[in-house]
Design a binder for this molecule. Structure first.
Ligand code: WTA
Length: 654
């Protein structure tokens, strides 16, 4: 195991002595959708378990003839020969089957404006958008960049693309113009769908200028920009390219037939950070993705679509917002809440107020949010009626036991089961998670593989580790919602995920099995950081820093942070002419913001005279991490120049 994994392992050692156990209540267990028999069924049916789920969760226009074709591994084909339309499954069929009046989305804007869509209304809106996009020349297979805030049009756009067979590539609204452009270029997108802006912390915040800046440089593949009117701030306009959503969508016909696409037809690309500077376009296809997201949404959250109100707080810019906002809840015919803004506007009780108002019964959020609420104090949620809550979910990073307990006691009233769901952009859907009516939960552990999924923890050699030991998290068998590749780069796909261990998917996470065989996630073992549940690559931020003329060299590490889990800390060596002062730090932080986006701005930038390197020139990030976390610096004997750490310490004392 690598040194960093070893250290993480040590840090989490105390977790394994966590002895609190929370079995589901008898009532919950008795009525739960997932019963112990679901695990038995998955075991006995093997791959055919997923065929059963695909037919139970989805309506296929043409049934599939083969469940899995793994003959060209690691390139999988699931539900071969099947044809279906994602938007039809999310919308039309509910209307056809008499569920048209059921609420699909309650939307609440940050300023307090509200909108709601029944399944019939949402279907009509998606049909109109599909017609509008087609009238702009969009065809099956074309790529669409989506750069939108958390407003219903984001979901409408994604489903309208899926309906046509166009491939959406959502770019988080917090990413910069440069980041947007590189994603547009990589996917060769034809259309951008954006908004004039959104609201953030009570103020209008613009989005369109970033799109304009992204398209400024010649040679983009974009033919049109569709602009949703959200905050009515003035925008610059490029005639012939820019069109208002109101103009093209509102006037479009609400008749649109959803044509069935192949089960393996691309559904979307979502860029995520890897260990190199260039983000990877993770590709997901239709049948498998929808099957596993719908299946997990139903069983992990014990979903009752007739009565539950589901709220996943993730932005659609991340995979969680794809799987558990745009797709699964609608495939399952659920009612969900969508909220545009920040949790502290206009007051720190906004989320709890929303839960009380909409009677949210299933809340799915990230540990970083929970830790923020803990800091704000329990008195705030205590002011609201949260009794509607019956299941709580966590995602994005390991949840520390204190946050888990707080979540359970303060938000879940001491009784709602917590499901800590481990998964990735690449896996498409939950892979490790308790089942709320079955699993005796342990604070801080995701525990067990989802029925039908084969995860394991292995050592350097790929051997399964015994209970009580740690290693690397792998997936041993293909799964329906697995990524089908990296857009335009099949070699990188093989290299990144399938070369570390033969025939196994390497997730990039370290993990331990406790004495019961339950899995505890220990964080990334590669150069990927996890800041507030958002994935950032150390290399990508280093590249951004050295692209600034004042920077000669840069090294970035993720340092432990009480609220955000990890924080970005950068060490830079300046070029001879550059001055080491507060200005340079501000300049460099802003530069990273411009290159990647505000979320990637380092918390600290430390100007140093040297970086610690091995004789082969590899930066020893582990030592920098010690500095960043204020620890005594570890073993530095393999450094080419072992005075470097003293030089760094001396320069930081200055
Ligand atoms: C981390 C987010 C511990 C993990 C869905 C993974 C988690 C990365 C958990 C993927 C969890 C996600 N416990 N760690 N429950 N969920 N992670 O692609 O390191 O944004 O590899 O997908 O987040 O991040 P991504």
């Amino acid at each position: 195991m690598s040194e960093s994994a070893q250290r993480q392992g040590d840090a989490f050692e105390n977790l394994l002595h966590e002895e609190r156990r929370f079995p589901p209540s008898e009532e919950f267990a008795a009525q739960a959708l997932a019963q112990p028999s679901l695990y038995e069924e998955a075991r006995s049916r093997g791959t055919e378990f997923w065929a059963d789920q695909a037919r139970a969760c989805l309506s296929w226009e043409t049934d599939f003839t083969q469940t899995l074709d793994w003959s060209e591994a690691p390139f999988a084909k699931w539900f071969v020969g099947g044809k279906l339309n994602a938007a039809y499954n999310a919308l039309d069929r509910h209307v056809e089957e008499g569920r048209g009046d059921r609420m699909a989305i309650h939307f609440e804007g940050e300023p307090g404006d509200t909108r709601s869509y029944t399944y019939a209304e949402l279907t009509e809106s998606v049909k109109k958008a599909a017609n509008a996009f087609e009238s702009l020349g969009l065809q099956k297979g074309d790529r669409v960049a989506v750069y939108l805030p958390m407003i219903p049009e984001a979901v409408i756009t994604m489903l309208a693309c899926a309906r046509i067979g166009a491939v959406h590539s959502v770019v988080f609204g917090g990413f910069s113009a440069d980041a947007l452009r590189s994603r547009i270029d990589d996917a060769e997108a034809k259309l951008v769908v954006t908004a004039d802006g959104t609201y953030r912390r009570g103020k209008p915040s613009a989005l369109k200028p970033a799109v304009d800046a992204a398209l400024e440089k010649e040679g983009s593949t974009i033919t049109n920009v569709v602009v949703v009117r959200r905050n009515n701030e003035p925008v610059e306009w490029t005639e012939g390219r820019d069109v208002w959503w109101d103009d093209v969508v509102d006037s479009a016909s609400s008749e649109h037939t959803a044509v069935a696409h192949d089960s393996e037809h691309p559904l979307f690309i979502l860029y995520t950070s890897g260990t190199t500077g260039k983000p990877k376009g993770i590709l997901h296809t239709t049948g498998g993705f929808l099957t596993q997201t719908a299946f997990t949404h139903k069983y992990t959250f014990d979903l009752r679509p007739e009565t539950d109100v589901f709220w996943c707080t993730a932005d659609i810019g991340w995979v969680t917002g794809h799987s558990y906002v745009a797709y699964a809840p609608l495939i399952n015919g659920a009612t969900q809440l969508m909220y545009e803004g920040t949790p502290d506007t206009p007051h720190q009780g906004r989320w709890w107020e929303l839960i009380e108002k909409y009677k949210v019964s299933i809340l799915y959020t990230a540990p970083t949010a929970i830790r923020t609420f803990m800091k704000w104090g329990r008195d705030i949620p205590k002011k609201f009626d949260l009794s509607s809550i019956r299941v709580l979910g966590s995602v994005g990073e390991p949840i520390n036991p204190e946050a888990w307990m707080w979540y359970r006691e303060i938000i879940g009233g001491g009784k709602a089961p917590i499901v800590d769901t481990w998964w990735q952009t690449e896996t498409g859907a939950h892979m490790i998670s308790p089942m709320p009516g079955v699993t005796r939960t342990k604070p801080g552990s995701a525990q067990v593989a989802v029925p039908g999924i084969a995860v394991d923890v292995v050592d350097e050699m790929g051997q399964s580790v015994p209970n009580g030991s740690g290693g690397y998290l792998v997936v041993r068998e293909p799964w329906p919602s697995m990524l089908r590749g990296i857009w335009g780069d099949p070699e990188r796909f093989k290299q990144t995920y399938w070369s570390r261990f033969d025939d196994m998917y390497f997730a990039g996470d370290g993990a331990k099995k406790d004495e019961d065989g339950d899995i505890w996630l220990l964080g990334r073992v590669d150069d990927v950081m996890n800041v507030s549940g958002h994935r950032l690559s150390t290399t990508e931020i280093e590249s951004a820093l050295v692209s600034h003329p004042s920077v000669a060299e840069a090294a970035v590490v993720g340092a432990k942070d009480e609220t955000t889990g990890e924080a970005v800390v950068a060490f830079v060596i300046l070029r001879g002419s550059a001055k080491d002062d507060d200005d340079i730090v501000t300049t460099l932080r802003n530069h990273v913001g411009k290159e990647i986006g505000p979320i990637a701005k380092p918390r600290n930038i430390l100007v140093v005279p040297e970086l610690p390197k091995t004789r082969s020139g590899k930066i020893m990030r582990r030592l920098l991490k010690d500095v960043a976390e204020g620890r005594e610096v570890g073993d530095a004997t393999t450094l080419a120049d072992n005075t470097v750490m003293q030089q760094i310490a001396a320069s930081l004392r200055k």
